[in-house]
Design a protein around this ligand. Structure first.
Ligand code: SAH
Length: 217
């Protein structure tokens, strides 16, 4: 019998905590249990990788708290085969969760350094999202429409470009508000111009910024 990987006990405790906080979708919990979060954080934070906390990933950015990842994933109502655009690849962890749920994942990151790092980690773990270095405010018109769009950085307005890239009946999940605090917002596209909107509690994300940051030479 294979020995239990050392992180598995910590991962199980984390899943238990997230379940108590209200995430009951077994597919999401299973995905979180399966994905080795310690691969997505810097070496000095490996010990804390299974705490329900955001952690620094460099460039003043963070890997989101596991509960928040699970919550956004739940609101997105991911179905196998969904074509999903994520804005803010960051560590690549959320993209791995979406892949694990059988989605066809496209993800954009504005820091070249983070984009490259996420690409390596996801390849090592055999996840195959399509990763793009670019400005998420522009979306990916060449791959639109998307069944779902997930924004993992705070924005004070809903980007019109992204609303256009959403399929009819599609869903967008985003933290909407100022840099100090946002309301988790779900938009459903009911017609070309009409969106139904619901709100799902307060969160704090790093800001969604315009333009890109190239790796220093
Ligand atoms: N989903 C990530 C969390 C990342 S934090 C994870 O699982 O680790 C938010 C990320 O959004 C940061 O990496 C930040 O650089 C990125 N970001 C902010 N504005 C952006 C933009 N306009 N386009 C693409 N990425 C952006």
């Amino acid at each position: 019998m294979n020995p239990t990987p050392p992180h598995l006990e910590n991962a199980k405790k984390l899943i238990h905590e997230i379940r108590l906080k209200g995430i009951t979708d077994e597919r999401i919990l299973k995905a979180l249990l399966h994905i080795p979060r310690h691969h997505f954080v810097e070496d000095r934070y490996k010990e804390a990788a299974y705490d329900d906390k955001p952690l620094p990933i460099g460039k003043e950015q963070t890997i989101s708290q596991p509960f928040t990842v699970a919550y956004q994933t739940m609101l997105l109502d991911v179905q196998e085969g969904d074509k999903i655009l994520e804005i803010g690849t960051g560590s690549g962890y959320q993209a791995a969760v979406l892949c694990e749920l059988g989605a066809k994942v496209f993800s954009i990151e504005r820091y070249e350094h983070l984009h490259s790092r996420a690409k390596c980690v996801l390849q090592e773990l055999s996840y195959t999202p399509q990763l793009f270095f670019g400005d998420g405010y522009l979306g990916l018109p060449q791959y639109a429409p998307f069944d779902k769009i997930l924004i993992t950085a705070a924005t004070d307005t809903i980007p019109e470009v992204l609303k256009k890239q959403l399929a009819m009946g599609g869903k967008m999940v985003l933290p909407l508000g100022s840099v100090y605090g946002q309301v988790m917002t779900v938009l459903r596209k009911v017609s070309k111009e009409e969106f139904q909107r619901t709100e799902h509690g307060g969160f704090v994300f790093v800001p969604m910024l315009k333009g890109v940051e190239k790796e220093a030479n």
